[in-house]
Each structure stands twice: as structure tokens, then as C-alpha cells.
Design a protein around this ligand. Structure first.
Ligand SMILES: [Fe+2]
Length: 260
């Protein structure tokens, strides 16, 4: 892959996504939100690539993966009217189909195509694959961290915004009933990412988002989220309870440990 290839891929991305954006008259154009998310994930991954001083070749692959990671979201929303994979399709698998159908990587070697398809396919998997080669795994870790760094910014802004309850693309249609799931709470105290099946209401989703910190792969990413202060902000929107204070303390100590 070279610089020209990356410029071409960016053009293809814009051409593909603008087709959805321009044809949508929905409030908070969901396609536009995904395009913006993608562009910010590209910035986050380049920031991490820079901090980790990776080669320019690896950085170009990383940026390409960031550009393509959510390409399945466009067809997903158009066909199913939701970004919830559980109610539609796995958007990562769909993304791989789109990449092939649209021949977005026709300019790449077979090896690069396979790497990028693997990165897209596994970007949202609950666990990292066990049999991936080390170079690809490294890029996958970068992509997953960069993706989370942007999602945290988006959801934190949303929880502090005026149109709360009004953005089903971000709150996934979940209600704030003032409660939270014991299982989500317990997962965090075990240092585990909350499973999707424990997410029944908005506060559970917030706990899931907080628990992503355990899934970060690089201390640079943990430092970044510490600087952004997103997790503390999300905590401040949860109900007051002793149990949640324990969770906040646990996460605070975890971050301290990872960044010192
Ligand atoms: Fe995604």
C-alpha cells in the first residue's frame, strides 16, 4: 500500500457513504454520524500510531482499517433501520461483504486485502482471535482502542447534551429507569467487560461502556481516556449508590495501575 492508494480509498469511502447520507432525511442523519465517527477513529488511530512509533506502512494499513471498520453500518441501517446488531446483522461481517461487493480494496495485494478484511471482521468481536498473526493482531488492537476512544467521546457528549432520550442511535433506544443490573456491576468488580446480554436499560449500557476500559490494549490508550476524563463523566450521570461508588473506585485504581 502506498500514499496514493490511501487517498484513493478515502475517495471511495466518501463516494460510498455520501450515497447514503444524501438520500436520508432522517433526524440526526444516522449515516452522517457514522461517517463522522469513522473519520474521528482515523484520527485516533493515527494518534496512537504516532505514540507507538509504528512504521509508515503499518500506519497506512491502520488508517485504512479505521476507514473501513464500520462500512457495514451503512447497509445495516438502510436495510434494518437499526445499529443494533442483535436485532439485525453483525455489522462487521456485513462490512466485509460490502468491501468485496464494492471492490474497495481491488488495488491491494491479496495479503493486504486479507489483513484488512480480518481487521474489519474482528473489530467488534467480544474477544481477540487466538490464532491471528502478531502483526495483524497488533493492528487489530490499535483499531479496537481507537474505536473505543471515539465512542467514549460521543457518548459522554450525549449524556451531557440537551436532547437526552432523543437519540436512539446512541442510547440504542434504552430507557433510564434509575436502576442498574447487578450482573453488570459484578462484571466490573471482576475486571471484566459487561456482556451485552446484561444490558437492559440505559444505566447498564453506561456500565458496559465504562467496562471497555478493561479491553484497552495499550497504556497509551488508557492514558488518553484518563486525560479525556470520559469515564468519570459517565459515572457522574449514574444514580448515587454505594455499589456504584465501589465500581468507580475499582476503575479509578485500574486506570492508575495501567498508567503508572
Ligand atoms: Fe463497529
Amino acid at each position: 500500500m502506498n500514499k496514493q492508494n490511501l487517498i484513493y480509498l478515502k475517495e471511495q469511502f466518501l463516494k460510498y457513504t455520501d450515497g447514503f447520507i444524501l438520500n436520508s432525511d432522517e433526524k440526526n442523519n444516522p449515516f452522517f454520524l457514522k461517517k463522522e465517527h469513522t473519520q474521528r477513529v482515523c484520527s485516533e488511530i493515527l494518534m496512537l500510531a504516532d505514540k507507538l512509533a509504528i512504521s509508515s506502512q503499518q500506519a497506512m494499513l491502520a488508517e485504512s482499517a479505521a476507514l473501513l471498520h464500520d462500512i457495514g453500518r451503512f447497509r445495516q441501517y438502510k436495510e434494518y433501520g437499526t445499529f443494533l446488531d442483535a436485532q439485525s446483522v453483525n455489522h462487521a461481517a456485513l462490512g466485509c461483504e460490502v468491501i468485496k461487493d464494492e471492490n474497495l480494496l481491488g488495488f491491494c495485494s491479496d495479503k493486504e486485502q486479507n489483513i484488512l478484511l480480518d481487521l474489519v471482521f474482528f473489530h467488534n468481536a467480544f474477544d481477540l482471535p487466538v490464532d491471528m498473526d502478531q502483526d495483524t493482531l497488533f493492528l487489530l488492537k490499535l483499531l479496537r482502542d481507537a474505536d473505543k476512544l471515539d465512542i467514549w467521546t460521543v457518548v459522554t457528549d450525549y449524556y451531557f447534551s440537551a436532547d437526552l432520550n432523543n437519540n436512539k442511535f446512541i442510547n440504542l433506544g434504552l430507557e433510564d429507569d434509575g436502576e442498574f443490573s447487578k450482573k453488570a456491576w459484578e462484571s466490573i468488580l471482576k475486571g471484566q467487560v459487561v456482556k451485552n446480554e446484561f444490558v437492559k436499560r440505559l444505566n447498564d449500557l453506561k456500565l458496559l461502556q465504562i467496562s471497555w476500559v478493561f479491553d484497552l490494549n495499550f497504556s497509551e490508550s488508557v492514558k488518553e481516556i484518563q486525560t479525556k476524563g470520559c469515564l468519570g463523566k459517565i459515572f457522574s450521570t449514574l444514580p448515587e449508590s454505594e455499589e456504584l461508588e465501589r465500581v468507580a473506585e475499582y476503575v479509578k485504581n485500574y486506570i492508575k495501575e495501567k498508567t503508572s
